[in-house]
Design a protein around this ligand. Sequence first.
Ligand code: FAD
Length: 407
Amino acid sequence: MTISLEVFRNEALAFFEANCERRVEEAAFVWGRGADSVAMFEEMSKEAEAAMVASAKRWRSTMFDAGFGWITGPTEYGGRGLSSEYQRAFGETATDFRIPNESPFTIGLGMVAPTILAHGIDEVRDAYLTALWRGDIVGCQLFSEPVAGSDLAGIQTKAERDGDEWVINGQKVWTSGAQYSDIGEIITRTSLDKPKHKGMTMFLIDMHAPGVEIRPLRQMTGGASFNEVFLTDVRVHDSHRLGGVDEGWGVALTTLMNERMAIGAGGGGSASGNRGVERILQMAQHFDVHADPVVRQKIANYYVHSRAAALTNLRAVSKIKAGQTPGPELSIAKLAGTNNMLRLGQLVSDVLGPRLVANTGEWGTFSWSEMITGTPGARVAGGTDEVMRNILGERVLGLPKDPSHQK
Ligand SMILES: Cc1cc2nc3c(=O)[nH]c(=O)nc-3n(C[C@H](O)[C@H](O)[C@H](O)COP(=O)(O)OP(=O)(O)OC[C@H]3O[C@@H](n4cnc5c(N)ncnc54)[C@H](O)[C@@H]3O)c2cc1C
């Protein structure tokens, strides 16, 4: 029997009241007060990261055990089997409470779990879906390689069959969260004599298996949120194959469509939050450039573009909520979001000048360097700006196909 939306909302409210603190009305932003971080990526010490992952896992299991961990999921895996309307009601109720950071699960739940559900055999679904959604394990995405990113079909990591098992050798790169992941969705080359899109196979590997070596990559923001992953004779049972042999490209498309939804739905670059327009206005006043017509024009330009991007984003999100698959809106939202980051970076550089590059300890100045050095990563992750433009050129404007995809 389906629970009514009203009863569900009351249940959700009771759950949050029992498990979280209510959000107090956030005080208006005042220049010089509170934390001045505007970082794009979370840069944490090992200890802080371990504590954050442990807290995220505790929160996931609390939600799951109370029946809110996978609201739209199938009941045989611990889901509630309810529609996305219920998921939305839960999300709306959550906005009044302080919720622990759930970022370690973004890839595992946003991309790996939907792929397991669509392409895994029963044994694999049973083994991993509940564990992922309950937060007992974390998943990562092992797609990119040193010579294959936008052109994913160029991957070279090989999987060779050995009886009931496969043996994987190669290297992946930019693997977000590999350092705390338990399983990885890996795309491999299984046939060399077929066209490149037709010779790949997807597997689920144990990130703690012998032969998996994870090395952190330090990025220019100072942190190390991604890794290189080296695979030497890593053995995986055939049951852990996702989809058919040499049919990994179709499986990858399931993951990538979910990735675009996860990134697109969060993108759009609304001029709010810790990089909001109020902060920029007060910064301009503090440095006495608020009357400068060029600065005023740039602030207005940033605000207008951010609003337009946020509204485009809402179009994509409402399609998802209505159970439809969004098309180019997600590419537009991603591109608009990253263009706004560039606009913001330029504006802040104009206002701060050298304060942006020399850490004098002055509040609200050097901290912006973390946002500006994080922007290139956002422009590349989940499909680069140029790849988004190709998608829009081909699917919206009807331009000829990108030569690299005509083969
Ligand atoms: C923050 C972040 C997190 C990431 N996390 C993961 C992860 O968890 N797992 C994972 O597998 N990967 C991850 N990646 C990797 C990401 O998917 C790749 O970086 C991305 O696909 C681009 O590939 P590349 O770096 O090889 O660049 P390339 O594809 O080599 O691109 C280099 C340049 O050429 C341009 N270019 C390439 N092809 C075309 C074309 N056809 N037309 C026009 N221009 C083109 C690109 O836009 C770019 O400017 C992450 C990357 C970032 C930045």
